[in-house]
Ligand binder design. Structure first.
Ligand code: NDP
Length: 294
């Protein structure tokens, strides 16, 4: 029997509707205050990577859709690290900005870790700052990286129970695999994280109740990796030689074995930008409630 398809399109649309509703409520409750500031997100793009430019345009469009004010900064590819850090410092102190994101990858001469670490942890809506990473590992409230958060939200909103399940993650990157392992652990899953040096990968994957592929290799996860009835989350976004976007999972084979599966396109990818909006709203609430406490 064919698997249930978990639609990132439907789930992300529902989350965006909720965010828009909440922001509309906030704004109408404060409509008599002309100085009231709506939630704001600053997006910095350094250089002209065409893929990154598309992502940035998308973020702006979704900000508009949900009612978040967006501030775009497009810097020359030769921008110095000092100038970039200067801009981040200004945005850290800008009351109109509640979330700051610097689009990765950065040009080679810029130190990504220094840039990520310069963003105020309270405005770090990508959840990449070492403080947020540390809080996530400790199971404390923090801003969580959007893609792994999107995976967990898809499971929860599809009514899939995570607690006690064996979750196998293929990939240990700082933006997907590692934060997802911490999130799933916080959700009481039993977590196995695998990578390119893992031995007996197929056998380990076949033990998974929930299998997550975040590898970056088109169609890598075939039917042989999947236990009958397992939930399969495909994070991969790969452009094949035929110019089609495909996931890390060989969908047409795995869909016949899995119990539930996310498609590519139309799956996790659509969740990421939506969760960025959710993180911006969370950062806004955190900042506003801190100001109210002062
Ligand atoms: P990275 O290249 O940073 O990490 C890939 C991981 O896969 C590494 O840990 C690597 O292991 C592991 N890996 C590679 N080959 C194998 C193999 N043969 N067997 C087992 N493990 C292997 O990629 P990202 O985490 O950044 O991205 C992964 C995929 O997700 C990409 O397709 C990317 O485009 C997509 N992505 C999608 C997003 C979305 O919004 N949906 C957001 C971010 C990424 P090792 O550490 O040993 O090298």
């Amino acid at each position: 029997m064919s698997a249930n398809i978990i639609s990132g399109k439907e789930i992300s649309a529902k989350i965006r509707e909720r965010i828009k509703y909440e922001i509309d409520e906030i704004m109408s409750a404060n409509s008599d205050n002309p100085n009231f500031i709506r939630p704001g997100l600053a997006v910095i793009l350094v250089g002209e990577d065409p893929g990154s430019a598309i992502y940035v345009r998308n973020k702006k469009r979704i900000c508009e859709e949900v009612g978040i004010r967006s501030f775009g900064y497009v810097l020359d590819a030769t921008t110095s690290e000092a100038d970039l850090l200067d801009l981040i410092d200004q945005l850290n102190h800008d009351d109109r900005v509640h979330g700051i994101l610097c689009q990765m990858p950065l040009p080679k001469h810029l130190d990504e870790f220094a840039v990520i670490s310069a963003i105020s942890p309270v405005k770090d809506v990508d959840g990449f700052h070492p403080i947020n990473k540390g809080l996530l590992s400790m199971g404390k409230e923090c801003l969580v990286p959007c893609t792994p958060l999107g995976c967990v939200e898809m499971l929860k909103l599809s009514g899939i129970d995570i607690s006690g399940k064996h979750c196998v993650i293929i990939g240990r990157s700082n933006i997907v695999g590692k934060p997802l392992s911490a999130l799933m652990l916080n959700e009481n899953a039993t977590v196995t994280i695998t990578h390119s040096k893992t031995k007996n990968l197929k056998e380990i994957c076949r033990q998974a109740d929930i299998l997550v592929a975040a590898i970056g290799k088109s169609g890598f996860v075939t039917g042989e990796f999947v236990k009958e009835g397992a939930v399969v989350i495909d994070v991969g976004i790969n452009r094949d030689p035929d110019n089609k976007v495909r996931g890390d999972v060989l969908f047409e084979e795995v869909v016949e074995i899995a119990g539930s599966i996310t498609p590519v396109p139309g799956g996790v990818g659509l969740m990421t930008t939506t969760l960025l909006m959710q993180n911006t709203l969370q950062a806004y609430h955190n900042i506003i409630s801190k100001e109210a406490d002062l």
